[in-house]
Design a protein around this ligand. Structure first.
Ligand SMILES: NC(=O)c1ccc[n+]([C@@H]2O[C@H](COP(=O)([O-])OP(=O)(O)OC[C@H]3O[C@@H](n4cnc5c(N)ncnc54)[C@H](O)[C@@H]3O)[C@@H](O)[C@H]2O)c1
Length: 444
């Protein structure tokens, strides 16, 4: 097939699409393309996931407005179906790859899923098709991994037998569909013509800027935007640690700093988690590993943000000590286990790290999260007889918590707040011993 034929098919929604990897990124993407009229095949290696999708039942945790409905509708219409079989892919004109791209203990990318998807696809790819990587990858990966693996497994040549691009995803759990429709995207093609065809494709589902670029630029933009955020949060966290030492209040300091022109200091907090921000800076850094490029800000930011759950542990330890209690044997109630507010997504959550460290110190841990099924329940019942309550995630659910009753059910009346969520006045009025990350003892 000529590239102009592919372009026509895409323009008129006659191209058959496949989405490989039906997780947080792949499933909404498959649903959206199916909703606007494309025939979409989803491929995943998880039997349970494929089965649920084919029943119109979303496997994505947490609240995702619209997703369940679109999935049910497109599956029942037959425009979307999921499969475990790559052999179903032979009639696909466009294949979008959305598999996980984690980093390992060594902070280097582990592309096993991506490599495996490319090899399985390469063996069956239809000549003239367009392959788009939506997964987040280190700069240079399209050129040094995706292209050679696909060429070798398919026996075809790039830009002759198949076309290749990178359109990194920007969605966030809780807003998957809204983000997919309304956020600007960079659209990287291995050639200018490929990028232009990709823009045509994404125009069917995105109502925002689609900026055609080369692949390295697309890879850079994606990893840089998340690294930028990580570094900014790390800065706020470091200032929080300073404030605690010198008698300050980071929340007040931030507010007043931001009254100075051009300053946009972010919020400090009990840690950074999720499937992207903790690993994308390492993907970016990995692109220069082995070279003489000295990196300091990116690893330092990662280290500070990874340290914040340990800092929460230290605050809990200090609070208990004032009540003549030890971490060992203490019963600690954790509010929020997801990696951020209003989602049930727990990957790399700071609470996971805190719970692990508390358990290591022989504390007994009770966890509550309104969005994580195994941690649901009555907050006040679960907090009963605990030595300290700890707010890790500012789910709105906790806003109406009756702090006076919380004080009554807690054994030592300690509330440690990693997000400055409840406020000194409210907590003091309830008679709680209130510790806030970033506020020195005795301030406020
Ligand atoms: N989750 C987010 O909020 C988000 C946002 C932007 C970008 N990203 C990036 O998008 C990519 C996917 O992330 P995700 O959160 O959707 O991951 P995920 O773990 O939710 O989904 C990945 C899916 O791919 C499947 N898979 C793995 N190997 C496969 C293979 N060989 N063939 C077919 N399916 C396979 C897995 O079973 C899983 O269902 C990652 O690179 C991530 O960094 C994620």
């Amino acid at each position: 097939m000529m590239i102009s034929d592919l372009s026509n098919k895409i323009q008129h929604k006659k191209a058959n699409l496949a989405v490989i990897g039906l997780g947080y990124v792949g499933l909404p993407l498959a649903c959206e393309f199916a909703r606007v009229g494309f025939n979409v095949l989803g491929i995943d290696i998880l039997d349970e996931r494929v089965r649920r999708i084919n029943k119109g039942d979303s496997p994505i945790k947490g609240i995702e407005p619209g997703l369940e409905d679109i999935l049910a509708e497109t599956v029942s219409k037959g425009t979307l179906r999921a499969s475990l079989e790559y052999t179903d892919i032979t009639d696909r004109d466009v294949i979008l790859i959305c598999v996980e791209t984690p980093v390992g203990e060594d902070n280097m990318p582990h592309y096993d899923a991506l490599r495996s998807a490319l090899v399985s696809l390469g063996k069956l790819i239809k000549e003239g098709s367009l392959v788009i990587i939506e997964s987040t990858i280190a700069p240079g990966t399209m050129q040094h991994l995706v292209k050679p693996v696909l060429e070798e497994s398919s026996g075809l040549k790039l830009n002759e037998g198949f076309f290749l691009g990178n359109c990194p995803e920007r969605v966030m759990p809780g807003k998957l569909l809204m983000n997919l429709r309304l956020l600007n995207r960079v659209v990287g093609g291995m050639t200018t013509e490929t990028a232009e065809i990709m823009v045509k494709l994404y125009k069917h589902i995105v109502r925002a800027d689609l900026d055609p670029v080369d692949c390295v630029t697309a890879e850079l933009v994606k990893t840089v935007e998340n690294t930028y955020r990580d570094v900014q949060i790390a800065f706020a966290n470091e200032i929080a640690l300073i404030c605690e030492q010198v008698g300050g209040d980071v929340w007040k300091v931030r507010e007043l700093v931001n009254k100075s022109p051009g300053r946009q200091m972010l919020y400090a907090g009990s840690g950074v988690g999720g499937p992207c921000i903790p690993k994308d800076p390492w993907l970016l850094a990995s692109s220069v590993s082995g070279s003489q490029t000295p990196l300091s800000i990116i690893p330092a930011a990662r280290n500070i943000n990874d340290y914040m759950p340990t800092h929460m542990l230290n605050l809990i330890h200090a609070a208990l000590a004032e009540h003549n209690r030890e971490l060992a044997g203490a019963k600690i109630f954790i509010m929020g286990y997801a990696y951020m507010e209003e989602t049930g997504e727990t990957r790399n959550s700071p609470s996971q790290s805190l719970v692990y460290q508390l358990s290591d110190r022989q504390s007994q841990v009770i966890i509550h999260d309104p969005y994580v099924p195994q941690y649901q329940g009555s907050v006040l019942e679960m907090a009963r007889d605990c030595d300290a309550a700890v707010l890790m995630v500012k789910h709105q659910f906790y806003q109406n918590l009756d702090l006076k009753t919380l004080r009554q059910v807690l054994r030592s009346g300690i509330l440690v707040d990693g997000r400055s969520f409840f406020g000194v006045e409210r907590a003091n009025a309830a008679g709680l011993d209130y510790w806030v990350l970033g506020i020195a003892r005795g301030v406020g």
